[in-house]
Ligand binder design. Structure first.
Ligand code: GLC
Length: 632
């Protein structure tokens, strides 16, 4: 680098730091100084645009100044205790505001129910303005600074986050940064032919370039929204739409897009959001002749976001939505020196769990868990059984092939099984994006329906109901034994089943994910105090497990975790060790009694659930049963 150039750079840097310092306390300047060089380096690498960088720095200062005193105080506390979210006391729940309580203020009124559920982290599903009927469940945002009218206002959001913080509940929201709705003001202006705004998306006059992209870019919604481009007849242009035709992909090669989206991100963070879920993050950078997934520039952008949040609002966490195979997921943690996301979804484990339910064979799950357990303990995963999306059956087909299971046939088996058509299945649910060409299909259904609660309830079969509840509880017990943050899907705490009413709503009928996005039935929640009801039985048993998880240090993220052989294909053994404490957990994925042929260290163990002393040797585990055996 030439001497002259270096000097110029230094002058700019000093200028910015002085400008910032002049208006601020030492805190912001300290953080800014610590990250400036890397921030500038990465920004210039992507955009080589000094004036846009200067504008960004300026606005960071502004967002810092606008941040409330209470949030700044919480930032300081979390900065002083960077592992604050890695304890074993976190329990999450994801919920749609309207389904849960109508409005943001309604959620505020229901906080005591969430406390009863022992939940201290809530993910509010998309609530920003979105066009009716073209919303993709709120993932097509038309205004990043406005709440959907029917749900409330930005002030209501701030009121809710403040009320949550008072009760020690953290709040997560989606930041849908890959695309905007076609009704977003940028899209509206682009549609009018304004070049400045067209350059914020991907526009093409004819099909030539789009067809080149189509050669290499896979489809997200092959049946409900085929192709990656949409023809706009009035504009006589194609626009890139990787998801639905009304979700226009943003062009992050344009620094204006990056800057403005960062301002939106900080604006939302300043409303009191603790966790920002970066939606569809692998897709945010596009290059011809690639799959347009996980490109290196995506990681630069996530690292930039991390730095920006460390400077302005270090108390917030970034949660990456990376629904990909494991080797694509972990890079989103970044490195220890240059971290990107704080947390990621444990998606392959989730899909492998349901594969295990269908096959009663834990071998693939054991392998998958070992892979996750061997990752650095700094990596924090969100564990879940079901979320608002379909299950994509992203399994390790290489390993399955060694046992004669071929991908296409096995996916078909899983889909048939969970629809209740194959094997010893009691599940109920529906396919999602069944693609007749590739034979691929995904799956929708609630945890309870997939465990057999819907079928047993319909058939009024008490024995089947008890079995279904046992499976449901065992799956939660198994989820809780993993390190990270367990997240329930609203309704799972009472075994809420599929909701078929979406078929009567023309805005939803085409998207079977609404099957597991039904409104919470408050009449059913009222039954949790009735110990004989399905709801009461589930709620109680899950509550007991949550208490154990919170109380016992051996469930913390610092514990070492590994699986052990049980010599029975249906029984999984997970061991957790922390200091002198040891937990041997056994899970039977079949409906009949099995023996775990284990021989843990001698001595007495205590089953934390029943409180009974037990030996951890050749343990008989009842059908769909489990044990949490703690060494005494
Ligand atoms: C994420 C969301 C999904 C949505 C997609 C497009 O994957 O989880 O529901 O359809 O992004 O924004």
């Amino acid at each position: 680098m030439g001497k002259k150039k270096k000097k110029k750079k230094e002058v700019i840097k000093e200028g910015i730091i002085q400008a910032v310092a002049a208006e601020d306390t030492g805190e912001f300047a300290r953080r800014f100084e610590a990250y400036h060089d890397e921030l500038r380096w990465l920004y210039m690498e992507l955009y080589d645009n000094g004036s846009m960088f200067a504008e960004l720095c300026d606005r960071l200062g502004q967002f810092y100044r606008e941040r409330s005193a209470a949030l700044k105080e919480s930032d300081r506390k979390r900065e002083a205790d960077p592992g604050w979210y890695k304890q074993n006391d976190m329990l999450g729940m994801m919920l749609y505001i309207d389904n849960f309580a109508g409005t943001l203020n309604g959620v505020k009124e229901k906080l005591s129910y969430l406390e009863q559920c022992r939940v201290n982290y809530i993910h509010l599903m998309p609530f920003l303005e979105t066009p009716k009927g073209r919303s993709d469940g709120g993932y097509a945002v038309s205004d990043f600074r406005k709440v959907q009218k029917k749900l409330g206002t930005m002030e209501d959001l701030e009121g809710l986050t403040a009320a949550c913080h008072e009760k020690g509940i953290r709040v997560c929201m989606d930041f849908v940064m890959n695309h905007t709705s076609e009704d977003h003001e940028w899209a509206v202006k682009a549609r009018e032919g304004d070049g400045e705004y067209m350059s914020r998306y991907f526009f093409f006059e004819n099909s030539y370039i789009p067809s080149l992209y189509e050669n290499t870019v896979p489809q997200v919604f092959p049946t409900t929204a085929p192709g990656n481009f949409t023809w706009l007849p009035e504009q006589k242009h194609f626009v890139m739409t990787s998801f639905y035709p009304y979700q226009w992909d943003l062009n992050y090669k344009n620094p204006r897009v990056f800057n403005e989206m960062m301002y939106n991100f900080l604006y939302l963070a300043n409303r009191g959001i603790d966790v920002i879920r970066i939606d569809a993050v692998p897709y945010i950078w596009k290059e011809l002749n690639t799959q347009c997934r996980n490109l290196p520039q995506v990681h630069t952008i996530v690292r930039l976001m991390r730095i920006i949040s460390e400077i302005v609002c270090p108390g917030i966490l970034l949660l990456g939505e990376v629904v990909m195979e494991p080797e694509k997921v972990t890079p989103y943690f970044g490195t220890v020196e240059k971290p990107e996301c704080h947390m990621l979804y444990n998606v392959t484990t989730m899909a492998t769990t349901w594969h295990t339910v269908a096959t009663r064979d834990v071998s693939l799950l054991k392998k998958q868990l070992d892979t996750v357990f061997n990752l650095p303990r700094e990596y924090l995963f969100l564990n879940y059984l079901r979320c608002h999306d379909d299950i994509g059956w992203g399994l390790d087909y290489g390993t399955l092939a060694q046992n004669g299971m071929e991908e296409r046939a096995h996916k078909k088996y899983l889909n048939d099984y969970f629809q209740g058509y194959a094997g010893e299945s009691n599940s109920r649910g529906e396919l999602y994006n069944a693609d007749p060409i590739t034979g691929d299909a995904r799956f929708c259904g609630t945890t309870a329906s997939m465990c057999g609660i819907e079928k047993a309830g319909f058939e009024q079969d008490d024995a089947a109901m008890e079995r279904a509840i046992r499976l449901d509880v065992m799956l939660h017990a198994y989820m809780f034994v993993q390190s990270g943050i367990p997240v329930l899907y609203s309704g799972d705490e009472i075994g809420q089943v599929n909701d078929y009413s979406y078929k009567e709503d023309p805005d939803k009928a085409g998207d079977s994910r609404y099957l597991h996005r039904g409104a919470l039935d408050w009449d059913l929640t009222a039954r949790i105090s009735d110990k004989n009801s399905v709801q009461g039985r589930l709620f109680d048993r899950l509550g007991q497990l949550e208490e154990i998880r919170r109380r016992e240090k051996v469930f913390g993220s610092d514990a070492s975790v590994h699986t052990a052989e049980t010599w029975d294909r249906s029984v999984l053994c997970v061991e957790r060790c922390f200091g002198k404490e040891k937990l041997v957990a056994l899970f039977n994925f079949s409906e009949t009694e099995k023996t775990a042929w284990i021989e843990a260290e001698d001595g007495e163990y205590l089953d934390l659930v029943s409180g009974q002393p037990m030996r951890a040797k050749d343990v008989k585990v009842p059908g769909y049963g489990f044990y949490y055996l703690k060494k005494r």
